[in-house]
Ligand binder design. Structure first.
Ligand code: HEM
Length: 943
């Protein structure tokens, strides 16, 4: 197989050799082709690390890519055509054999190797199944297991008998129709999986968690006695490394702006030119759906100190008197261990925590995740299929009649600090952005219901597509669909729309380059259409390494998942007699999928041997507080959108004041304001000062305040997230040998940008310090040196030399320090590595995105609505970045829910790209106005 593919590439390269002008690169391609595809690592110490050999780098990116091999960062970002127009190769066109084609195909292959190895090496369930994962069970290898005793409902659970009691548990009937409130029965054979209060998983080996406990020799060698919950001091780190400096402090006033929201206020922040404030709040909105450690807005009883030594207080303005409630811990005490093939493993980390919301992408922040949160979800009194929305005031605009969410009432379950907020399932850390998205998707929910009802009026006796698993053969006509059923169908549709927006619109703008555009769309709807070489190579990689299996019940399904081609969304929702369960849709074949067959209903999910939940490390990389600006540049849609009328402090739009601001100024104006404004870059010294001084009245501390940026570090330490260098090694990325590795050496020496990076590295060194290293101290088992020797405390430096304490860097600080990034990446490559794994997992594991994405659950209209981004299909004008594309899903939602924005949205391609930016050619990041926005003052500011 390997040889066969080698010959294919060889032929390819021969063709190239005939026409190319770049002989070195072509020779390199020939040698790469002769060697064939690299195998997937058999052991974690042999992992890919995103680094390729010299020939491969030269073939895919020329000399620039070869030079960049010496830095720790992944190589694909230096291949041809992976950045803006300047990265495109001198050869003509985008054919697979051109420089550009080789660059893009090469990047996609590198990313797929990373994903496959992440799934292979980074799944660690904390809930008791890990021993089975390592040892296997009843002759089945661990990664091929699909059902776990730990995911059964326990005796005494109200649904215990309904799912089979002490027999094999299989959910059925009403329990599998829709997204269950608490997330039960998404996987019908593992009822508890992903439900509220299940433990967070890990993506790192258990024995590297909680490094400050020094529980093993490697941890002690790695960190000496330099770490503790408050060591290095989190408030000191926050003030030195996180604070956003202000050139005009009197006009910013720590984020409080000027009286009357004067437009003369000014707060500096480092901005991302290609990502807007709507994108910042989008991701906060998402995290409220995916995970939370808190219960009803609070942590465990009691309070604890949070650092700031007395001497630092004076110079750095931190507060020794701050206190915070400690994180909840689900399990603690020495974890049990087990032995397999002469190796001892822990069964869980020293402590575990619970995800208090459902882990599913089920819009639980809107619809609820337990009985308490559901009581805050208000349905329309006249139509139980709808959410309660009422018009407020007499503002102009077609969307106004669609209404606003009601406020929480005294009788609602409520934390006192939520008083005055909109009533919704997840009310914590309520911002203007949360108010915005909750209102938009409540409107969308109701619009879907209206459209369904209109269809019912037109064709009352037609088949809605919906079925009841208790009577699978019985057609449910439009007129038969009850209000409660329609409510749940609308929830399914809204959840899937949100997942689609996130996967195909938010992420490709967060990672604004061609490989990621292709990769994310492939994730959603199909494998690299039009990139035959990548598809052929991927098939070879999976077959060579995991074998071919067309039987869905067999093995780990690597072949079907990675090589069959239909994408993750809808995977397994057709069943053909003569084909693998994950065959691509073929209208010529008879679809055998049956609601009565649990293996069809559930057959599309893939957990790869480890029950799904988010890992603790995922929360770490979503601590994106630097994205928040201090002031929102407020505009009005019907009175010169180019004019910033006022500057509204974000801190004044928090909790109940968000609701007030929404009602006073209206959804359209907030959409426009946040749509046009750039968000804050994820980098050092870019946290808003108001978050460092946030009032948290529920804590009866001397200061009544908390530094959220410092808390980000404390929480990670409480939950045992490994520090940055080991984090990278665990995730299959190359370690750093010193803080200097953070500096982008592609920048000219002495350039202002490089000088600024070097200054920040100086601060990093001052905060984390250095020590004399000892080569005798081995610090990790996750990787080895290039020569096969063990990695030691000196990280390649001579024994006894003074080395940076790069091992001690808190992971959040580490990824904020990554100045080297692939083009258009708003996040760092370390964060991205965590996303590659978990972004696919949450689609792979969810029946409603795979084999149950069917009219039997969603209705015919629902399936169409998700596939077409609304009731009908629409294509975007022109070919943005060379692609024909549908009008993007969030743009469609906004056009429906805030129709008065149609003129503004006309030139918007991606709702998360600043709305008045001229996108220019091929993935340009330039900050310049589109036609008609020349007078917008935002474009007069520097990047
Ligand atoms: C004005 C805006 C915001 C405020 C006031 C705010 C406030 C807070 C506070 C007080 C916490 C600490 C909870 C605790 O551990 O006790 C927190 C946690 C967190 N925030 Fe924010 N936040 C804001 C925006 C954002 C944004 C834009 C994101 C983007 C993803 C974000 C992501 C997170 C995450 C991931 C956590 C950890 C949650 C957990 O541990 O379960 N926040 N935030």
């Amino acid at each position: 197989m390997r040889k066969e593919f080698g010959s294919l590439l060889l032929a390819t390269a021969m063709v190239l050799a005939g026409c190319a002008t770049h002989g070195d690169a072509v020779d390199a391609c020939l040698r790469v082709a002769q060697r064939g595809l690299r195998p997937v690592a058999g052991d974690r110490t042999e992992r890919f690390l995103g680094k390729v050999d010299e020939d491969t780098a030269r073939c895919r990116g020329g000399e620039r890519a070869v030079t960049a091999r010496s830095v720790p960062w992944t190589d694909w970002q230096n291949y041809w055509a992976t950045a803006d127009a300047g990265s495109r190769g001198p050869g003509s066109g985008d054919t697979h054999l051109s420089e550009n084609g080789r660059g893009i195909d090469g990047a996609l292959l590198d990313l797929e190797y990373q994903r496959i190895e992440l799934i292979k090496f980074n799944l660690f369930d904390s809930g008791g199944t890990y021993a089975d994962y390592v040892r296997g069970r009843d002759g089945v290898a661990g990664p091929a297991l699909k059902v776990w005793p730990e995911m059964r409902l326990p005796k005494g659970h109200p649904l215990y008998d309904a799912v089979g009691g002490d027999q094999a548990q299989v959910c059925g009937g009403e329990l599998i129709r829709f997204r269950g409130l608490t997330g039960l029965c998404n996987d019908i054979k593992n009822p508890l999986m992903g439900s509220a209060s299940m433990p967070f998983a890990r993506n790192v080996q258990f024995d590297v968690t909680f490094p400050e406990l020094g529980q093993n020799e490697l941890a002690r060698n790695r960190h000496g006695d330099r770490l503790g919950l408050l060591k290095p001091d989190p408030q000191l780190i926050s003030r030195k490394l996180f604070t956003r400096a202000q050139s005009q402090p009197d006009r910013c006033r720590e984020g409080h702006g000027l009286p009357g929201d004067s437009a003369d206020a000014s707060c500096d922040y480092k901005k991302a030119p290609f990502f807007n404030v709507l994108a910042a709040f989008w991701i906060q909105f998402m995290t409220h759906d995916w995970f939370s450690h808190l219960q009803e807005g609070h942590n465990a009883p009691g309070t604890m100190a949070v650092g700031c030594a007395a001497d630092a207080a004076e110079t750095l303005k931190c507060r020794p008197g701050d206190r915070i409630d400690p994180s909840y811990v689900a399990q603690s005490g020495d974890p049990a261990s087990f032995t397999h093939r002469d190796r001892t493993y822990l069964t869980r980390p020293p402590k575990t925590t619970s995800n208090t919301v459902t882990a599913w992408w089920d819009a639980s922040q809107i619809y609820g995740y337990d009985e308490t949160s559901r009581r805050r979800v208000k349905r329309a009194p006249g139509d139980a299929a709808k959410l309660l929305l009422s018009p407020v005031g007499q503002r102009a605009g077609g969307g106004e009649r669609l209404g606003y969410l009601p406020l929480l009432e005294a009788s609602d379950p409520m934390n006192p600090q939520w008083a005055g907020q909109e009533a919704t399932a997840f009310p914590d850390n309520w911002t203007i952005g949360m108010s915005f998205y909750h209102t938009v998707f409540a409107r969308e929910h109701n619009l879907f219901v209206d459209t369904f009802r209109a269809q019912t009026a037109r064709t009352p006796d037609a088949d809605s597509g919906l079925r009841n698993p208790l009577r699978p053969a019985q057609v449910i006509r439009y007129r038969d669909v009850t209000a409660d059923e329609l409510f749940e169908v609308a929830r399914l549709v809204v959840s899937a729309e949100i997942a689609k927006i996130h996967t195909t619109e938010w992420t490709p703008q967060l990672l604004y380059d061609e490989p990621l555009y292709l990769g994310m769309n492939a994730n959603w709807s199909g494998l690299f259409r039009g990139r035959e070489l990548v598809q052929a190579a991927l098939e070879k990689i999976t077959v060579n390494n995991f074998g071919r299996s067309t039987d869905a019940k067999k093995a780990t399904q690597w072949y079907s998942v990675f090589a069959s081609g239909p994408g993750i969304f809808g995977l397994g929702n057709r069943v053909y007699a003569d084909d693998a369960i994950f065959a691509a849709y073929d209208p010529a074949k008879t679809d055998l999928w049956s609601l009565s067959n649990p293996d069809h209903v559930n057959g599309g999910v893939n957990h790869f041997g480890s029950p799904f939940n988010f890992p603790e490390e995922f929360v770490t990389v979503y601590r994106l507080h630097t994205m928040v600006p201090d002031l929102i540049e407020y505009r009005e849609w019907n009175a010169d959108p180019n004019r910033v009328r006022t500057k509204v402090p974000v801190v004044d739009t928090f909790r109940g004041r968000a609701t007030q601001a929404m009602r006073e100024r209206g959804l359209a104006n907030w959409a426009l304001s946040m749509g046009r404004q750039r968000l804050g870059l994820l980098t050092l010294q870019n946290h808003p000062q108001f978050l460092q001084n946030l009032e948290l009245p529920r804590l009866a501390s001397a200061t009544g305040k908390i530094d959220v940026a410092a808390l980000d570090l404390i929480r990670d330490r409480e939950r045992g997230v490994p520090r940055f260098n080991e984090f990278r090694r665990q995730y299959g990325l190359r370690q750093l040998a010193s803080f200097d590795d953070f500096v982008d050496t592609r920048l000219a020496k002495g350039s202002p940008e490089r000088a600024e990076q070097e200054r920040l590295i100086g601060v990093l060194r001052e905060v984390y310090g250095q020590h004399r290293c000892d080569v005798a101290k081995v610090i990790t088992e996750a990787q080895v040196n290039a020569d096969g020797t063990k990695i030691n405390d000196c990280l390649g430096h001579p024994n006894g030399s003074l080395v940076d304490n790069v091992e001690d860097v808190d992971t959040v600080v580490g990824w904020l320090s990554e100045f080297v990034r692939p083009h258009g990446f708003a996040i760092s490559e370390t964060q991205f590595q965590v996303f590659i794994l978990n972004a696919s997992r949450r689609l792979f594991s969810d029946r409603f995105f795979t084999s149950s994405f069917r009219p039997e659950f969603y209705t015919q209209l629902g399936v169409r609505w998700v596939n077409q981004n609304g009731p009908d299909a629409r294509m975007e004008k022109g070919k943005p970045n060379g692609h024909e594309m549908e009008v993007s899903p969030l743009k469609r939602v906004l056009l429906r829910t805030i129709p008065e924005l149609a003129p503004e949205l006309d030139s918007v391609v991606n709702a998360f790209d600043p709305w008045a930016r001229d996108r220019g050619e091929y993935y340009s990041l330039e900050w310049k106005p589109r036609r008609g926005a020349e007078s917008d003052a935002a474009f007069k500011e520097a990047r």
